[in-house]
Design a protein around this ligand. Structure first.
Ligand SMILES: *Cc1c(COP(=O)(O)O)cnc(C)c1O
Length: 512
């Protein structure tokens, strides 16, 4: 699909209903069409850049002043239509990460499937916040369809499972843990934690590399961070299943009541996948809820050649899955699956007379979701799925994972680089280790300085991750236009930056 198609559609939308009806009040008629359609070539231009571009970081105070200067002054009615929208969009396009570019290698999101920009525009125009059927009928139907479509790859019982769409994986994780808590402590949503009898301290067990949203959730659930039972990792940064029973027994003896265990299917820092089947067995033997944080990696389930990595996921009680990561739709769009709809309904028992309607109750998921007004992001996913089917997603994901593996192999041949792990999916942590580091710089300072300097050059955006005590450089291969050449050029850029850092250090030393 040509990448500019969405913008032709934007054009037709802006030319027809929006400009005639709604926008007329705010933009003088003679100018409206030009102003609105003028942003289309800007966006088309933005998308067509071939040169790698990573990130452009404006000094925040100067960006603040620029943004301030773009505002209409009181009483100045002429200025507001004089290219303001264009200037604002231009500034928007100049700042931040260039996720469509091959230079963007640091985050878990990327340029969207182009058609989703159109559906997202339609979402904004029709403005039907989804949660309850009456107000957003097609989004509710789309949510049910996507639940059925994707659950085929998870394998929860099709008559029992439930799925909700949430604004982000962090909220999906929190919601799952709340359902786990309320399922274990039957009356907790009414009495609060103070009403739990027995004197044992309620808690959750999780691996050291869990996403921070889970640690925040523990805080929000009233458990407290210091009560987390930490599960040790093995050499591949996966929860070490052989240690888990020992740790759980010890925690129990010290008064902890572990009601939930969290596994990651793709940790954020390295993409490591915990041994789901083994951990599910341990959890279920002990009556513990198993939540799988698949925000990053659940999408691998769509690929016949990669899905084995999540073997055992069907034994989880809940699974979170970010569609705005490896399903390439605009963020946020996250999915939370439950094995058992009955248990899903325990997260929230509170309802409201003003949102419920008699029609389509079985389609609306408002009862299972914390959110009331919610962007109908599921439409983007459903439309992309309806048009392209699983193939598009599976082939992209396979390509990204295989490129990441190639990158790892390339790294192993470079004596001045060190790979920290063989990639399980499309995330790779590594270090640049030339024979001599700039004088007076620790290894950690050097990696951080490299990352900072690479990003400031503007061609590549990479991220960092701390593994144990080691600072590392981190890439996420997300862009379908990446090639092994992209990675090779990045390594050259890193070497270049390393040289510059060494040179600057010795210059500043000579000045002393
Ligand atoms: C990205 C990520 C999250 C958080 O999801 P958001 O959609 O950013 O809120 C949670 N867990 C893992 C493993 C992630 O990679």
């Amino acid at each position: 699909m040509p990448e500019h198609l969405p913008f032709r559609i934007v054009e037709s939308v802006t030319r027809s209903n929006m400009s005639k009806n709604d926008i007329r009040h705010t933009i003088p008629e003679s100018e409206d069409k030009d102003k609105l359609t003028a942003i289309i070539p800007l966006l088309a231009d933005y998308l067509s850049t071939e040169k790698p571009k990573g990130v452009s970081v404006f000094e925040p105070n100067s960006l603040y002043r620029k943004a301030r200067a773009l505002m209409t002054e009181a009483g100045n009615t002429e200025k507001d239509c004089n290219g303001f929208l264009q200037d604002i969009v231009k500034l928007y396009l100049e700042t931040g990460l260039f996720v469509h570019s091959t230079g963007s290698l640091g985050r878990q999101y990327t340029g969207n499937i182009p058609i989703t920009a159109v559906t997202d525009l339609v979402n904004s125009v029709v403005n039907q916040p989804s949660s309850f059927y009456e107000a957003s009928q097609l989004p509710c139907v789309a949510e049910k369809i996507m639940a059925e479509e994707l659950n085929r790859f998870i394998g929860f019982g099709k008559d029992r499972f439930a799925m909700i769409e949430t604004s982000g994986g962090s909220l999906a994780n929190l919601t799952a843990l709340l359902a786990a808590r309320n399922s274990h402590y039957a009356d907790c949503s009414r009495t609060g934690m103070a009403g739990i009898n027995g004197g044992m301290r309620p808690t959750i067990a999780m691996g050291y590399d869990v996403h921070y949203s889970l640690i925040r959730s523990v805080n929000m659930l009233g458990i407290g961070r210091e009560n987390i039972v930490w599960l040790p990792l093995d050499g591949k940064r996966r929860i070490d299943a052989s240690q888990v029973p020992i740790v759980l027994d010890k925690a129990r003896k010290s008064g902890m009541d572990i009601f939930c265990m969290v596994c990651s299917a793709g940790t954020t820092s390295t993409g490591a996948v915990d041994p789901l089947a083994g951990l599910a067995r341990i959890a279920h033997e002990r009556g513990i809820w198993l939540h799988v944080d698949g925000c990053h990696g659940a999408s691998l389930l769509l690929s016949d050649s990669l899905s084995h990595k999540l073997h055992g996921v069907e034994q989880a009680d809940s699974l979170s899955w970010d569609a705005h990561k490896m399903l390439f739709v605009p963020s946020p769009c996250s999915l939370l699956f439950y094995k058992d709809r009955q248990k899903a309904s325990l997260a929230f028992r509170e309802s409201a007379s003003y949102v419920k309607s008699d029609t389509g109750e079985e389609y609306g998921n408002g009862e299972l979701n914390f959110e009331c007004t919610k962007r109908p992001s599921i439409m983007n996913l459903w439309v992309a799925w309806a048009i392209y089917g699983r193939e598009l997603f599976a082939s992209r994901i396979e390509k990204l994972c295989s490129l990441c593996h190639d990158a790892w192999e390339m790294l192993r041949e470079q004596p001045d680089f060190e790979a920290l792990h063989e990639p399980e999916m499309n995330i790779l942590c590594f270090r640049y280790m030339p024979e001599v580091l700039p004088e007076g710089m620790s290894d950690t300072d050097f990696q951080l300085a490299i990352r900072e300097a690479v990003c400031r050059k503007g061609r590549y955006f990479i991220s960092k991750a701390k593994l144990d005590d080691k600072a590392t450089l981190r890439v996420v291969i997300m862009n379908h236009r990446h090639t092994t050449e992209t990675f090779k050029e990045l390594l050259d850029e890193i070497r270049e930056v390393g040289k510059e850092l060494t040179l600057n250090k010795s210059k500043s030393k000579n000045h002393e």
